[in-house]
Ligand binder design. Structure first.
Ligand SMILES: Nc1ncnc2c1ncn2[C@@H]1O[C@H](COP(=O)(O)OP(=O)(O)O)[C@@H](O)[C@H]1O
Ligand SMILES: [Mg+2]
Length: 262
């Protein structure tokens, strides 16, 4: 087997020639990319492009049909403590009565800090991470009473408390107003730097993220492109990806993709 270039195989994410499919139908045909420590990546693409399936691949919940996948140098495996995952459509409303701090503490369960972990230490970790996401103020409030943005902060805290090196956030901005979305995005951007955690954030609108992400990974039509927003969100790259004429219009510092569903 060919040796990887130095250190490549230890990166948060390493994919080479990966094909994902279900029952013979390819969802993604040829994925090759790496993601580095501390990188903030926006994952874009139309509904059904395979964004959620890609995250499940990294989590070991979906198997590649062909190709190589490495997470910090190892094959994906279920329950990998190196990955923090906030699934799509997760509602934190299901249990209105749970306090914010308890919800965050659940992030320790199932890890080595789970049952039997000293409650004093547990409380300290919860307090620290609440502070980090600026949610200390409502630590003792019932989750059901919080706004969407506040709940997203808790969701982040719950994922971060186990100290993952890679965080996968599936459409965390979907139900947020623009101000709350901006707060979450800048918070995630700061965490990438302060914790050196790599983040893949799935979203439909790149605009609020333009100034914050290192790169975008754009999935469409069974293929993908990765690079800076300036190189990927262009008429050339997207037309070739979609295999269909696409235009990108810039106005008021924003990018608008025309001609396809995004
Ligand atoms: N377990 C599965 N079995 C069969 N098809 C699936 C499965 N999971 C996802 N798919 C299909 O894979 C495609 C990509 O889905 P998904 O990853 O959820 O897209 P996205 O998150 O980009 O909207 C869709 O066509 C979906 O129906
Ligand atoms: Mg999805």
């Amino acid at each position: 087997m060919r040796a990887e270039p130095d250190g490549m195989e230890r990166l948060p994410v390493f994919l080479r020639n990966v094909r994902i499919g279900f029952g013979g139908r390819a969802i993604q045909d040829e994925m090759t990319f790496t993601i580095e420590d501390g990188e903030f990546i926006a994952v874009l693409g139309p509904n059904g492009a395979g964004k959620t399936t890609l995250l499940k691949l990294l989590l070991g919940l979906v198997q590649p049909e062909t190709g190589e996948v490495r997470i910090f140098g190892r094959k994906p495996r279920r329950g990998n403590p190196e990955i923090g995952y906030a699934p799509q459509f997760r509602t934190l409303d299901t249990n209105f009565a749970v306090r914010a701090r308890d919800l965050v503490g659940f992030g320790l369960d199932g890890h080595r800090w789970g049952p039997g972990f000293p409650s004093r230490k547990r409380r300290m970790l919860v307090d620290q991470v609440l502070e980090e996401v600026r949610a200390s103020e409502y630590a003792d409030v019932a989750v059901g009473e919080l706004s969407g943005g506040e709940k997203q902060r808790l969701s982040l805290a719950q994922v971060l408390i186990a100290n993952p090196g890679l965080v996968l956030l599936d459409e965390p901005l979907a139900s947020l107003d623009i101000a709350s979305a901006h707060e979450i995005i800048s918070l995630v951007g700061r965490l990438c730097v302060s914790r050196k955690v790599a983040v893949m954030l799935v979203t439909h609108d790149i605009n609020p993220l333009l100034q914050h992400v290192n790169r975008v990974l754009y999935l469409a039509n069974g293929r993908c492109a990765i690079g800076s927003p300036e190189t990927v969100i262009t008429r050339e790259t997207l037309s070739s990806l979609y295999n269909h004429p696409v235009d990108v219009v810039e106005a008021m510092g924003k990018k608008f993709v025309l001609g396809v569903e995004t």
